[in-house]
Design a protein around this ligand. Structure first.
Ligand code: PMP
Ligand code: GLN
Length: 398
């Protein structure tokens, strides 16, 4: 690989994120953007109105370092309501600049150089970069798609491969459920296996649960922090971005035992210190919305999942129907005989006027072959946009 000038050795190999590249391609070609996961409809008025009203008030100034009390209290009440876990808003809840900062600050705070991080791949793209910035070492464990033809099947992992990834240098297990990009929701049995391993090897657990409310009928989100013995070693990361269709606001948080949250806060205060003043009371209002808001969000998105999944299958793309998130995965080999998902995505604007994201970017380079033929499509778009996209995909040129 050619060296990028000026860039530190830690960050060599991390170019422009695929989301930036593919969103720019969508704009440049006028294609429908089913790449980067962001909704094309506004969030709930109850949330947007609070942000509007907060502008021009003291909320425009620096929030307190850990976040506005109203938001920390709302986060604690929300975790109690949906997960049955109690966190003290005073020192067990920290507001961050999106889940991204929560994860990066946690890794910077907790890892010594050379410490190993065990995680499943494909993995959300910021994980590898954040581990690298912290001087850590990735120990990826593959998730395997269901066998060809089993579109209703689930992504799974081999517990023996998971156990083998834990060496004496392992410090932390980074989990993501519901999982981007596969749409997998880890079951209680799967989480119990992960929890056993974490306890046996005395690992910290950092769990990214930003899609907690986007779970479709038949699946249920569980936080590993609720399993016996896990709360004390686990940091739970959340975000208002997906739940309230406000991905540009970047209001995230982390909950955990006070000593762990204090460590994360130490790193966080020198990354951004604070962010998003007027958005903090707005996300607090959102977290307090009645249950019907959260179930309605998932039901509506589930309907759009079905629309896209049916359209992808009709276009000749074998697709795994996701249990959660914004994303469905396809195998491009029937329409891209060389199986190169990156080449497929780069040519898709010309072939069909649609943009998607190649899954290979979510794999460690050493394991790229596992994801080379897979491509992710987002369905967090209006029905008419999805309908037009699947029509275009149905007419895709060879
Ligand atoms: N984790 C996962 C799994 C994600 O998909 C995303 C982005 N959508 C993030 C973290 C980042 O969340 P935020 O925008 O709150 O930083
Ligand atoms: N999480 C979003 C996705 O997976 C993208 C966020 C980003 O652009 N970094 O599409």
């Amino acid at each position: 690989m050619t060296r990028v000038p000026h860039l530190s050795a830690r960050l060599q190999g991390f170019g422009t994120t695929v989301f930036a590249e593919m969103s720019a391609l969508a704009v440049a070609t006028g294609s429908i953007n089913l790449g980067q996961g962001f909704p094309d409809t506004p969030g709930p008025a109850e949330v947007l109105d609070v942000a509007r009203a907060a502008i021009g008030t003291p909320y425009d100034q620096y929030p307190p370092g850990p976040g506005h009390p109203v938001l920390r209290e709302a986060i604690a009440a929300h975790v109690q309501r949906f997960r049955g876990l109690g966190y003290d808003p005073a020192d067990e809840v920290l507001v961050t600049a999106g889940a991204t900062e929560a994860l990066t600050a946690a890794l910077l705070a907790l890892l010594e150089p050379g410490d190993e991080v065990v995680l499943f791949e494909p993995m959300y793209d910021s994980y590898a970069a954040a581990v690298a910035m912290a001087g850590g070492v990735l120990r990826p464990v593959p998730l395997y798609p269901p066998p060809a033809g089993d579109g209703g099947g689930r992504w799974t992992f081999d517990p023996a491969e998971l156990a083998a990834a834990v060496t004496p240098r392992a410090k932390l297990l980074l989990l993501n459920t519901p999982h981007n990009p596969t749409g997998k929701v880890f079951t209680r049995a799967e989480l119990a296996a992960v929890a056993d391993l974490a306890q046996g090897a005395d690992l910290l657990v950092l769990t990214d649960e930003v899609y907690e409310h986007l779970v479709f009928a038949g699946s249920e989100h569980l936080s590993i922090a609720t399993l016996p013995g896990m709360r004390e070693r686990t940091l739970v990361v959340g975000s208002g971005g997906k739940t309230f269709s406000t991905t540009g606001w970047k209001i995230g948080w982390v909950c955990g035992p006070a000593p762990l949250v204090t460590a994360v806060r130490t790193a966080k205060q020198f990354l951004t210190f604070v962010n998003g003043g007027p958005f903090q009371p707005a996300i607090a209002a959102g977290l307090g919305l009645p249950d019907a808001y959260f179930t309605g969000l998932a039901a509506d998105l589930g309907r759009r999942r079905d629309l896209l999944v049916a359209g992808l299958a009709a276009a000749g793309l074998p697709v795994v129907s996701p249990e959660s998130t914004y994303f469905a995965t396809v195998d491009v080999r029937p329409v891209q005989p060389d199986g190169d998902g990156m080449a497929f995505c780069r040519s898709l604007p010309a072939r069909a006027g649609v943009v998607a994201v190649p899954m290979v970017v979510f794999y460690d380079p050493a394991d790229a072959s596992l994801g080379r033929h897979l491509v992710r499509f987002a369905f967090c778009k209006r029905d008419e946009v999805l309908t037009e996209a699947v029509e275009r995909l149905g007419r895709m040129s060879p």
